[in-house]
Design a protein around this ligand. Sequence first.
Ligand code: PA5
Length: 444
Amino acid sequence: MLTYKFGNLMQKNIGSHGLPDDFFENNRELLAEIHQKINEGFNKGDFGFMKLPFEQPELDRIKKIAVDIRQKFKSVIVLGIGGSCLGALALHQAFNHPFHNQFSSPQIYFLDNVDPELIQALLDVIEIKKTLILVISKSGKTAETLSQFLLFFEKIKRAGSPKEQIIIITDPQKGPLREIAQEEEFVSFSIPPEVGGRYSVLTPVGLLPAAILKIDINALLKGAQTMAKRCQEIKNPAYLYALTHFLLLQQGYNIHVLFPYVYALRGLADWWRQLWAESLGKEGKGPTPVKALGVTDQHSQLQLYMEGPLDKVITFVTVKRFRSRLDIPIHFAPFADIAYLGGHTFNELIYTEQTATEAALTKAKRPNAKLEMDVVSPFELGEFFYCLELATVCCGLMMRINPLNQPGVELGKRYTQALMGREEYQNERLELTDWFFNLSQDEV
Ligand code: PA5
C-alpha cells in the first residue's frame, strides 16, 4: 500500500522552518472546500481521470490485441510525446528488465523526440517489416508525433503493410488522426475527451503499451481504484501531499524534488515532473519540479539540497522490499574504507543510504517527506498514478489556477508551424521576421 509520510515537513521534526504541527486541523475547512469542488467538477465531467479506475470499456480489446502484437512483431515503436508517452515509459521502466531490448520480445522504443540522429539510429536497428507503430496523440495535431508518423507510414508503405502495422490512439471523434484512422482502416483506440493528456496513463495511452509488455493492467487499475476509494475521505495521501506542498510553496519552498531510491522508478519521476509542471506552472505561479535519482544524485544534487537556498521540498520514493537481493562479498579486510561493506547486501546499502540522506536533511532542517511502497508492483503504481493526479488537481485548486490546461505551450507551437510554412500562421511568420530575427544576439 502506498503511504505518504510527512513528519519531517513539520516543526516538531525540523523546527521553525517547517509546517505548524496542527497544519492539518487548521486547513480542514480548505480541504473540505476543495473536496467539494473536485466532486462537483467530476459530476460535471471535468476530472475525467477520476472515472478511469472504474470505467474501462476497451479493456478486453486491449488485452486481446496485446497478445496478437506479442506474437506477430519483433519491435514496437511508440510515437507520442508528453502525456502521450511518459506514463507508458514509466510503466516499462518499472516492470521490465533495464536491458529489456537486448533479450526480450517485442523490443520497445519510445520516440519522444524529433532529433534526426535519434530517429536515424532507430531506423538503423529495427526491421521495419516486423515492427508495429503505435501512434499516440490526443489532439492528433502534435507536430513531433505527426512528423514521425509520416516517416514510418512511408517506410511501412514501401516495405510492409500499414493496415497491419499501425495502430492509432487518439480522440474518439476529433482531429486528423481520427479521420486518417478511419480512412486507412487502421486499428484504433480512443482517449476519452474529458481526460487530459498528462492524466491519461490509465487510458489505452498507457494500458495498451503496458499490456503488450505483459504488465498486469488489472492490478494497475485495482490499485487506482483502491486509492480512489481512500481519497473519498478528507485525510488521504493525495490531499495531504497537495496541502503540504501548497503550504510550503506559500512559505517560499518553490522547488519540489521527487527523489526515488529505486532505479526502476526513474521514469515515474519524469511522469510526475511533467504532471506537476504543466498543471501548476501558470499565471506567474507554480513550483518548479525537479527529478532526482537515489543514490546517483547524492553525488550530484545533494550538496545543494543540504546547504543551498531554503527553497526545496524533497520527497523520497522508497520501497520496503526490492525484487532482487544481492550480497556484497567480503575481501580486503585490512582496508577500513572497504572492509565494513563486505557481508552486507546491496539492499541494505541502498536502504541505508536513503535513511542516512533523510536523517542528514532532517538534521539540516530541510523539509523532506516520503512516498513509500511495499514493493514496485502494478497495484502500487496504480495507487501512485491516481494519488499524484488527484494531488495535482487539489494543489492547483488551492493555488486558484486551472490544473487541466497548458496555455503557455501554444505560442511556441504556433511559431513552429509558422516557420515550417503553415499558411494559417502567416502573421506569426511575419512577426518573427520583423521582430525576433532582428533582435541583436550578443555573443562571444
Ligand atoms: O498533458 C498534455 O496535454 C500534454 O503534455 C500532451 O500530452 C502533449 O502535448 C502531447 O499532446 P497530444 O497527445 O495531443 O499529441
